[in-house]
Write a protein that binds this ligand. Structure first.
Ligand code: ADP
Ligand code: MG
Length: 305
């Protein structure tokens, strides 16, 4: 079976406008996303995440490269490839004069879903908008609109669901609701691709991750491997009194304005013991010690430096 997504040599150059020079937003990207995954596309603002998503969605024309969705080449089988994917865009782009029910029905019509096969009520229930089904979109809160965008991405029962920064700027309740839905859809067999610049979110949600920066894929691995590839740890020591410490070989020290000493070290080069010894050797007594494992933030900084 072909993978969910197979991208090769994908390049996008936005044409110059009167003020901006041309922009190469994607530089020959190769990326394969397996079926059944919750896959995270991570990167800072401007990395090219939305450009990639919008090419998958057929909203942006690529400059070069091939894109296969569920085995269908976008250029050869545009209808089948489009039918295989549903995209929840980053922007709120709802017609204010449609009700949630109306929006879902229109969307189903656009995708050619016959009336008898529409799942409008089921989707309204899933996104928690059954009681707002017939309210005008302009009377919906921001969170409700976002849920409606998720619903619209699902009307044609796509095999792949793509969410572009679904939780940027949303409250905790909506975030939890979105993640519950996403997990459930994934358990039912849907492949999920999400973009985010919240590392913690990707760490919690995603099986596999690609890190994209300045239009290039810089890393691509399972979340566990990406984290495991770093043997970096941080130890924060709160001293009883200020003082100077020479960190042991393999460790660096950053003393914060509040006096806390943050040691970053490679477990392959030095140990927590060696750091504690160095602190004690300089005559400082220790009030408190905390350690922290590397997280995706560290991976990210290391890769994009
Ligand atoms: P991300 O979603 O990772 O924040 P984008 O894909 O939106 O990144 O943008 C990637 C780069 O392409 C940015 O430098 C952005 O300014 C530029 N860009 C995005 N859309 C357009 C456009 N329609 N015209 C010109 N440049 C664009
Ligand atoms: Mg974006």
């Amino acid at each position: 079976m072909p993978p969910a997504i197979e991208i090769s040599g994908l390049t996008k150059t936005y044409a110059a406008s009167n003020r901006q020079p041309p922009k190469e937003a994607l530089k020959s990207v190769d990326l394969t996303i397996p079926r059944g995954a919750i896959f995270g596309l991570l990167g800072p603002n401007g990395a090219g995440k939305s450009t990639l998503i919008n090419i998958l969605a057929g909203l942006v024309n690529k400059t070069a490269g091939t894109v296969k969705i569920w085995g269908f080449d976008q250029d050869v089988n545009p209808r089948q490839s489009r039918a295989s994917i549903g995209v929840m865009p980053q922007e709120l782009n709802l017609d204010p004069f449609f009700t949630p029910r109306g929006s879902l029905e229109v969307q189903a019509g656009l995708y050619g879903v016959p009336k008898g096969e529409r799942r409008t009520d089921e989707i309204l229930d899933l996104i928690g908008l059954s009681d707002k089904a017939d309210a005008y979109a302009r009377s919906l809160s921001g969170g409700m609109r976002r849920r409606l965008l998720l619903g619209k991405a699902l009307v044609h029962s796509p095999q792949i669901l793509v969410l572009d920064e679904p939780t940027a700027g949303v409250d905790i309740e909506l975030r939890n609701m979105l993640w519950r839905n996403v997990r459930r859809l994934n358990e039912e067999g849907m492949t999920i691709i999400l973009t985010t610049h919240y590392l913690e979110e990707a760490e919690q949600m995603c099986d596999e991750i690609a890190i994209i920066h300045q239009g290039e894929v810089r890393a691509r691995d399972t979340t566990a491997n990406l984290l495991g590839s770093l043997d970096k740890k941080t130890m924060v020591i709160l001293p009883k009194e200020p003082g100077n410490v020479t960190p042991p070989e393999g460790a660096t020290l950053d003393t914060r304005p509040d006096g806390q000493m943050e040691f970053t070290y490679r477990t392959s080069q030095t140990s927590a013991d060696a750091i504690l010894d160095a602190v004690r050797a300089s005559g400082i007594s220790i009030r408190d010690v905390k350690t922290r494992e590397a997280d995706l933030e560290d991976v990210f900084l290391e890769l994009t430096r």
